[in-house]
Design a protein around this ligand. Sequence first.
Ligand SMILES: [Zn+2]
Length: 409
Amino acid sequence: MSNLTIDSDRLWSSLMETARFGGTPDGGIRRLTLTAEDRQVRDWLRAECEALGCTVAIDALGNMFATRPGTDPDALPIAMGSHLDTQPTGGKFDGVLGVLAGLEVLRALDAAGYVTRRPLMLVNWTNEEGSRFSPAMISSGAYAGVFTVDDVLARTDAQGVTFGDALEGIGYAGEAPVGSVAFGEMFELHIEQGPVLEHEGKTIGIVTGVQGIRWYDLTVEGCAAHAGTTPMPLRRDALVGAAEIVLIVHRIALEHDGVATIGEIGVVNASRNVVPGEVRLTLDLRHPETAALEAMEKAVEAALAGPAFAKTPARLVRMWDSPPVAFDANCIAAVREGAAAAGYPAREIVSGAGHDSVYTARVVPTSMIFVPCKDGLSHNPAESATQADCAAGAQTLLNAMLARADGTN
Ligand SMILES: [Zn+2]
């Protein structure tokens, strides 16, 4: 491995400079996809990449691909990147760090006059956040063939504007067919968006995969009745059943080393003097392994069939199933060795959140690098990562890119 190093100050000043595009007074960024602010940051990125001698291709969904040539013209590029769009209450690092660290890798190589064997590519995916156009990660999904281009272009935002019109509006409806800009491997640096690395004092998360997610709707059926005249033993209180469910899924998640969240709960036709007749809940189950997710689902079903629900039957309906993603062993090894070479404390970690890498992993070997963020906070203007941690992530990215771009396998 070479001793090329990234420039921490240059990376940090680019993070702060681009944070002005959509910057909010509380220190966050509101840069919804395909808006004027998104165009500003895209124009900035394109100009910076072109100044480094890169060729920038844009596909029909506005995904941007900047290629830095290598010495082997037949080799597929090794890609890196993330997204520049943010949530309405976004911070300065979610997605942005992965793109600007990639730019810093290109700048560091340019400054050193170093040319890799395989070409390098920097990618900015459109609409990762999914807050303007649903669902999230839609353009990397289309790249991987999960969504059709026509389907994506026809999606509308809350104002009824289509993705296609918004894309035309900012001048980023590119010529390249979606999926046609090929690369051989993908690396994505991202803030963890969780508290594990910070809690354990680790600088680098070697991301081995993304956990599977299953979403369910739950309904508990009781009998609406008068709150004053219905004696307790004769009640069929649906909220009591729902309360059981809250505790049951909490226990099941602990037992299976997974996570379970009931994020929404509502009494149908709620009234302060009526015994709840029906309660609806949502359930979000996550685990890195399909077998464990399956076991968690079975355990919930078994509990719902038990005596606690004799008077208030509960129904579980699965709404969505996103299987676990295992990242590529060679890419994971490149991240591990890249962190070790720079001497950063690191640990393996499974991503709890979805990322564009979930989709690229379907078509090319992929892995991710995590760095800590303060209190695990994200999708919030107070989202914060230190300059040193951002630089460590970028250095690990550079090391991994060099290992894969100059390596022989
Ligand atoms: Zn992100």
